[in-house]
Design a protein around this ligand. Structure first.
Ligand code: MGD
Ligand code: MGD
Ligand code: MO
Length: 621
């Protein structure tokens, strides 16, 4: 396969690219120790995203010396706990954050000494921010300028600020530009590389890393010419890469642990794209909307039945990795993914016993001999790509308790020890080649997860490109310098729809059985009470929501948490599941029947799912 994508390329690639440009290494927020927590388009009370999220939020809310600032058009559970809830007009974060950054400059709240020591490109940024019409931008965002000023002052006065942005802005207008200005706000106030601020993390994989090419110089997809950030084709261009007679179009798709027909923009178009491919192979644990369109379905063992792990290891100063062990035997007829991968690679003729025999012979001499032999194989680039299968077939069978799937972690542990030697040593694994070996052993035997690296906050500076922050991203600064006035005329689409909110009983499409939900079983459309009263709607009334792309019928839930003109549908509904009689039952509305593939970020192609022009019509019962 030449091209790949993942859900990250429909939310996080803008953030990755900006991070690569400014830091050269991904960073993350230390919310737990922050004096001020700053959430931009994120509702961690429901969506988590950092350890012990609810507990930490409540601790901050209770502590008079700490504060929480939330930018969200909805009074979410998180906003309710905040000291400053900036309940802006949907899609206007770029204006509000520009105003906040400009207030920092106007009122001399920036940390000049810190910036002189740690950052480059300040002058270019200051020139743009000095010209920001603060009052006007607050008016566009429809937030009281006094409140914006108070929140900005609180942020600037804090010893430490930890900021997290998420889908509310990453799936919204100007998303990549917002990822940039959001970072400027906490950088201008000196919040990096200290406790309670942001840190550059270690890890067992390259999640979040990108080369940070200047716009236009990045690698691109073959048909649409879309930027490939972090190795991933933007999800929103996949159908464009298929529904064409372009000679370089994709002919086949291998889809694993993903449900693109439901989760990516414009479901109807995605179905058409999959149907037009020569071959679709799906590896999944459930009969999904996507699997139903596959030529081959390869059923996988579930997470309870196999060794598996997540690579979302972003903790600091102690980073944690957990190889989860199976707790149930797998039923007949399913395989764990490493076995599926190995069989496919072998059936294609790319690897055979001839490749395994020398590695097995070396392993018989011990792990050190194995490491040397394996390094030799890596010199062959074609074989290096197949390293996980090579490890699974050679080292795998020698691991205890049937943990063959963990074999690829041996290479990941060596890599981690090579990239972060001091941090791995501080976590107690020694130095040199032996550190990788010890780390792997600890992962393999540590049933409850282990500390893989231990850092101090200062280490962030060693990880940044040139040990400095690059404040100036010229392409994005130009956008900030020239933001247009917002067209507020309602036209045929008087509402803005956020399609895909996280709620108490949503879990992407991972939990398919609707009986799981104790509340909001049908997936209501949330809307302001004012709009509902005006339209004569009460809780449970059915309405039709229409967008340029499609329409769905849903019951409404009027609430004073929403702004007038704003609508929200939950994520993960509209799945078809067999009931007790075997009939397929669909519960709720699938959000991506309403979304468009070309409604997306102009830089990295991420979708604007939180900003969909929409209309409401009442439906007779
Ligand atoms: N319970 C649960 N937790 C989850 C998930 C799940 O399905 N269920 N999914 C996980 C995944 S994959 C992800 S990516 C994360 C996502 O986590 P979040 O990004 O926190 O989740 P969302 O509810 O999609 O969107 C966050 C907020 O954006 C706000 N928003 C809408 N429009 C705007 C706007 O114009 N500006 C601003 N500032 N905010 C806006 C919404 O009101 C919402 O409160 O959650 C993860 N955690
Ligand atoms: N409109 C709109 N669309 C959205 C969003 C939104 O807010 N609004 N949110 C988006 C976001 S942030 C994300 S991350 C995506 C997620 O979108 P996807 O990654 O496509 O979907 P998921 O529902 O997270 O689950 C993927 C699949 O993994 C399968 N699975 C579970 N366990 C295993 C396993 O062990 N092995 C295998 N092989 N398969 C397994 C599940 O059955 C499911 O089919 O959705 C996105 N779609
Ligand atoms: Mo996500």
């Amino acid at each position: 396969m030449k091209y790949q994508s993942s859900a990250l390329a429909q939310e996080k690639t803008g953030d990755f690219w900006v991070g690569a440009r400014m830091f050269g290494h991904p960073v993350r927020a230390d919310v737990e120790h922050a004096e001020v927590a700053f959430f931009v388009g994120k509702n961690p009370y429901q969506s988590h995203g950092f350890p012990r999220a609810r507990t930490v939020l409540k601790e901050i809310a209770k502590d008079p010396d700490r504060a929480m600032i939330v930018l969200d058009p909805v009074r979410t559970e998180t906003a309710e706990l905040a000291d400053f809830h900036l309940q802006l007009r949907p899609g206007t974060d770029v204006y509000l954050l520009s105003a906040m950054a400009a207030i920092l400059v106007r009122d001399n709240l920036i940390d000049t000494a810190w910036l002189a020591e740690h950052a480059q490109g300040l002058d270019e940024v200051l020139t743009v921010l000095r010209a920001v019409p603060i009052e006007k931008y607050c008016a566009i965002a429809d937030v009281d300028p006094e409140l914006v000023q108070a929140a900005t002052r609180r942020l600037a006065a804090a010893r430490s600020v930890a900021a997290l942005e998420d889908l509310g802005v990453q799936m919204n207008r100007y998303s990549t530009v917002v990822s940039y200005i959001e970072k400027l706000v906490w950088l201008l106030t000196g919040n990096l590389g200290k406790p309670g601020t942001q840190y550059a993390f270690t890890g067992m994989s390259a999640i979040g890393h990108d080369r940070g090419h200047a716009a236009g110089q990045w690698p691109t997809s073959p048909v649409a010419g879309a930027p490939i950030i972090s190795g991933l084709v933007p999800c929103n261009v996949i159908t464009e890469e298929i529904l064409t007679d372009h000679p370089a179009r994709y002919r086949a798709m291998f889809i694993e642990s993903s449900n693109p027909v439901h989760s990516l923009a414009d479901s109807a178009r995605m179905r058409a794209a999959l149907e037009s491919l020569e071959l679709v192979v799906v590896v999944d644990v459930a009969m999904t909307e996507t699997a139903r369109l596959a030529d081959y379905i390869l059923p996988a063992a579930t997470q309870f039945e196999k060794y598996e792990a997540t690579f979302f290891n972003f903790d600091f100063p102690r980073n944690i990795f957990h190889l989860r062990h199976p707790v149930l035997p797998a039923p007949d007829g399913v395989l764990a993914e490493p076995e599926i991968h190995a069989r496919l690679v072998e059936a294609s003729g790319a690897l055979s016993e001839d490749d395994y025999a020398p590695l097995r012979a070396a392993l018989a001499q011990g792990r050190e001999a194995f490491a040397l032999a394996f390094l030799g194989v890596l010199a062959d680039r074609g074989k290096a790509k197949l390293a996980p299968v090579l490890l699974y077939r050679t080292l795998g069978p020698t691991l205890p308790d049937g943990a063959a799937a963990a074999a690829m972690l041996w290479a990941a542990a060596y890599n981690c020890a090579r990239k972060f030697p001091e941090s791995v040593e501080r976590a107690g694994y020694g130095t040199g080649l032996e550190a990788g070996e010890r780390l792997f052993e600890a992962i393999l035997t540590g049933k409850h997860g282990i500390v893989i690296t231990e850092d101090d906050y200062e280490v962030t500076w060693n990880r940044l490109r040139d040990n400095k922050v690059q404040l100036d991203i010229p392409e994005l600064l130009r956008v900030l310098a020239d933001l247009p006035d917002l067209d507020l005329s309602p036209g045929p689409w008087p509402f803005v729809l956020s399609a895909g909110e996280r709620r108490a009983f949503t879990a992407n499409t991972i939990v398919r059985d609707p009986q799981w939900r104790k509340r909001d079983g049908g997936g209501t459309l949330r809307m302001s009470r004012a709009d509902a009263d005006r339209l004569g709607l009460t809780a449970g009334d059915l309405v039709r929501v229409s967008t340029r792309r499609g329409s769905v019928e849903v019951p409404v839930d009027p609430t004073d948490r929403m702004r007038p003109g704003h609508l929200a549908l939950p994520n993960g509904f509209g799945l078809s599941v067999a009931d007790d009689t075997g009939a397929q039952v669909t519960t709720g509305a699938a959000p991506n029947e309403l979304t468009e593939f070309d409604s997306r970020d102009e830089w990295v192609g991420t979708p604007w799912h939180k900003y969909i022009p929409a209309r409401l019509d009442t439906v007779d019962a």
